[in-house]
Design a protein around this ligand. Sequence first.
Ligand code: 4NP
Length: 149
Amino acid sequence: MTTRILFVCLGNICRSPAAEGIARALMPGLEIDSAGTSDWHVGEPPYGAMQAAARSRGIDLGSLRARQVQPGDFRRFDLIVAMDSDHLSKIEALRPAGSETPARLFTDYAPETGADHVPDPYYTRDFDAALDLIEAAAAGLKRSVLPGT
Ligand code: 4NP
């Protein structure tokens, strides 16, 4: 069973903490965390504009703090979910020998959107578009890991 899910983006201050907050709200009881492929923002709370956009949807990201993804995450989680293919490559480069923990693209859970990655709102400045896509993918992820709920 998939009960422990890690979301990964680049900085762990926009997309993956938003995915963490939305997934926690959708799937209470599961163990959900997020991390970045970089160490650029380690220890920082989510980016202010993303916190504000999430708050307007009833999601509070204020207590989250950025950390970097590490090889031990392959043991700690049942599923690792990346926001784009670059993150997926960097995650795969950390995979310990013999680990079979699946690592997937988040957008694979939202084929109806036609998206193949979650665009980085730190650059696009479109935090609501990122949240729309994250909400769609989180709903698909829920249907995948908790079928029938
Ligand atoms: P994230 O967004 O990967 O969704 O957290 C970014 C945040 C910061 C930077 C890049 C992406 N940065 O270059 O500092």
